[in-house]
Design a protein around this ligand. Structure first.
Ligand code: NAP
Length: 246
């Protein structure tokens, strides 16, 4: 379904980003997956290879403009313009606002939100020239409903939704769609450290009665990247086991 597509997936070394990279690759796309470490980039390459997927891992830090510009330049020079950009890299630095450090606010906004501005800016011109693009931003259910102890993270994830709709309006005429996927609570490194009582409390709010898997999210991304979603833009696809309506 995605033959001849080149997909750039940020934060593809583990969790949701890794599942997205593999799921897009299984549809025939060439994958460029990023990690902040060489070890992570190597793992991405090996893992794509083991799944018979064309592609490789690169070291890139989404908080550094220079790192993004170099990666985008190299990818375009060697493989052509990515037709699909998945902005997945993200972090948490949780804490009540009363006790939150400025650095915890800044690093979360920089990594989760400003990164998306940087990557879209770097890729927009070549995508416009190609008159095709699929941009998919990974937000979160808490960006829609908030969560105590995550004001920095929720602000970044809500910000992504406004960004997604605005950019969708700006580039629609060039056949570039911009959508968001908002996962609920997904079983990855990010949620693995939750205490048992917190987990029980969470599960009671999820009608489907389980945490999501990284692949549950990846399938939503595949849909938005595929021709099946050609007429979908400025949307948020919620993948949360029903917790938004709970
Ligand atoms: P994860 O397992 O912690 O993985 C995070 C990924 O982001 C890693 O590949 C990491 O790369 C990369 N990353 C972190 N900082 C980066 C930076 N400065 N530059 C480039 N890459 C960076 O997280 P996850 O749970 O899969 O989450 C993926 C996305 O889904 C995030 O945006 C998260 O907010 C969102 N999300 C997650 C959940 C959930 O329940 N897990 C729910 C809603 C939304 P390296 O460590 O290899 O450098």
């Amino acid at each position: 379904m995605l033959k001849h597509q080149i997909c750039l997936v940020t934060g593809a070394s583990r969790g949701i980003g890794h599942a997205i990279a593999v799921a897009l690759g299984r549809q025939g796309a060439t994958i460029i997956g990023t990690s902040t470490s060489q070890k992570g980039a190597n793992y991405i390459g090996e893992s794509l290879n083991n799944n018979d997927i064309n592609g490789f891992g690169v070291v890139m830090d989404v908080t550094e403009k220079q790192s993004i510009d170099t990666t985008v330049h190299d990818v375009i020079a060697t493989h052509g313009t990515p037709s699909v950009l998945v902005n997945n890299a993200g972090i948490t630095r949780d804490g009540l606002l009363m006790r939150m450090k400025d650095t915890d606010w800044d690093v979360v906004i920089d990594t989760n939100l400003k990164s998306v501005y940087r990557l879209c800016k770097a890729l927009l011109r070549p995508m416009m020239k190609a008159r095709f693009g699929r941009i998919i931003n990974i937000s979160s259910v808490v960006g829609a409903i908030g969560n105590a102890g995550q004001s920095n993270y929720c602000a970044s994830k809500s910000g992504l939704l406004g960004f997604t709709m605005s950019l969708a309006r700006e580039v629609a005429a060039r056949n570039i769609t911009v959508n968001a996927v908002a996962p609920g609570f997904i079983d990855t490194d990010m949620t693995r450290n939750l205490e048992q009582t917190q987990k029980q409390q969470l599960l009671s709010q999820i009608p489907l009665g389980r945490l999501g898997t990284a692949d549950d999210v990846a399938q939503a991304v595949v849909f938005l990247a595929s021709p099946m979603a050609n007429y979908v833009t400025g949307s948020t696809l919620h993948v949360n086991g029903g917790m938004l309506m709970a």
